[in-house]
Design a protein around this ligand. Structure first.
Ligand SMILES: [Zn+2]
Length: 411
């Protein structure tokens, strides 16, 4: 096993299901130190630390590289063909939780820095590697790094999240739908592809706004409602006004991401069947697009609440999460560099697409909206599934791609 595969295998074996990421960041810190690159751990909680490491002469732009060290739950052990954290290699595929999402992407970024340093490649500017904690469950690490100023000066960001799909899956209808390509387009991509995996450069993803509206009333026996105050009634009034607002925004549309999509996901109210309800609440998740900023929607929701409260309701808004959408222009230098280098090194055409999910980039863009971002990494859509794997051929190719991109961006 060569050293780059060994290092990936070592960190895949570490159980970082929503925690304990310090094992991985300690490992990366030691590996970087061995190759003369200093790094800093940023503690989030005991056993949880993000890592920041830099190379370059500092005289020029800042290229960020982001990868998260946490993984999602292992899933049903009986459905895995190997033990989920065994990093078993079969037919040049490494199988295991986190191989695709995204320890291979993270480790590819680490090796890119090491190779650039070892080969003394001139870098006019800074490459800043950021390995984060808690991405899958709220982007805790990215939020902490953003707050501490680590992305204030970042110009471009490569997020090494998985961007591939096994080539034979291109012929499946649901995959074509997801990628917004037709049968002929899929066939063309497959024919032009000299490898086993088709990749995409992801330029955009939706943001999200998640909130709960609480309604407070006064409980009383249902035989004497006049001495109580029903919490459900004003919440239903809120629901009506909110639906009118949602109808008014349905024409906002992003060319890549599509429309803004609000969904009322939970309603809960009342305590028991013979009591005037003292509390009720309603929760909403909105998938958002740049054309209608989260902040504008928050203002509109607050206005509805203020109007109803002025008329006697007792409603409060609790914003649970507020993540920006991301949309980098196709004309950005970062995109051109990724496409030119990626197409040559992956021996395939690389379509530019939008994806439904979010990444650490949302938390970075919240403090620095000017960062150009691409999501482009060695894994594939087996992320979050049983028998997740990474194609080691792709892992090797992406190390080279990242080296070349960083070199080109800091020429
Ligand atoms: Zn991920």
């Amino acid at each position: 096993m060569d050293e780059v595969v060994q290092a990936l295998s070592d960190i895949v074996k570490m159980n970082t299901v929503n925690g304990a990421e310090k094992q991985v960041t300690d490992y990366i810190a030691a590996l970087l130190a061995k190759h003369g690159i200093a790094s800093k751990l940023v503690e989030y909680a005991p056993d949880r630390a993000s890592l920041v490491a830099e190379i370059g002469d500092g005289n020029g732009p800042v290229v960020g590289f982001d990868g998260h060290a946490d993984i999602v739950a292992l899933g049903d052990a009986s459905k895995w063909q190997v033990e989920a954290l065994s990093a078993t290699i079969k037919d040049n595929l490494m199988i295991g939780r986190g191989t695709s999402d995204m320890k291979s992407g993270l480790m590819a970024g680490v090796w890119a820095l090491i190779h650039l340093k070892e080969n003394q490649v001139p870098l006019h500017g800074t490459v800043r590697l950021m390995a984060t904690v808690g991405e899958e469950y709220g982007q805790y690490g990215a939020k902490q790094l953003a707050k501490a100023g680590y992305v204030d000066d970042v110009d471009t960001l490569i997020v090494g999240e998985p961007s591939g799909v096994a080539k034979q899956l291109l012929m499946q209808k649901q995959i074509q739908y997801m990628l917004q390509i037709d049968q002929a387009g899929a066939q063309k991509l497959a024919d032009a592809n000299q490898t086993n995996e088709q990749h995409f450069i992801e330029l955009a993803h939706k943001g999200s706004l998640t909130y709960t509206v609480h309604s407070k009333g006064v409980a009383s026996h249902s035989s004497m409602p006049e001495i109580g105050k029903n919490a459900i009634t004003p919440l239903m009034a809120f629901y009506q006004k909110e639906e009118e607002y949602f109808a008014s925004i349905k024409n906002y549309r992003n060319p890549v991401l599509g429309p803004v999509t609000p969904v009322v996901t939970m309603v809960r109210g009342g305590e028991q069947i013979n009591t005037v309800p003292a509390s009720a609440d309603l929760s909403v998740k909105i998938r958002t697009i740049p054309e209608l900023p989260n902040a504008d929607m928050t203002v509109a929701i607050k206005e509805i609440i203020a109007d109803l409260n002025a008329a006697g309701a007792d409603l409060t808004l609790d914003i649970l999460s507020d993540l920006r959408p991301m949309h980098t222009m196709e004309t950005a230098k970062l995109v051109k560099v990724a496409k030119t280098i990626g197409e040559a090194d992956l021996e395939q055409k690389l379509p530019l697409i939008g994806v439904p999910g979010g990444t650490d980039a949302s938390s970075f863009l919240a403090v620095n909206p000017d960062i150009d971002v691409v999501i482009f990494g060695p894994g594939n859509i087996t992320a979050h599934q049983v028998n997740e794997y990474v194609d080691l051929d792709m892992y090797h190719r992406f190390i080279t791609i990242y080296e070349k991109m960083m070199t080109e961006l800091l020429k």
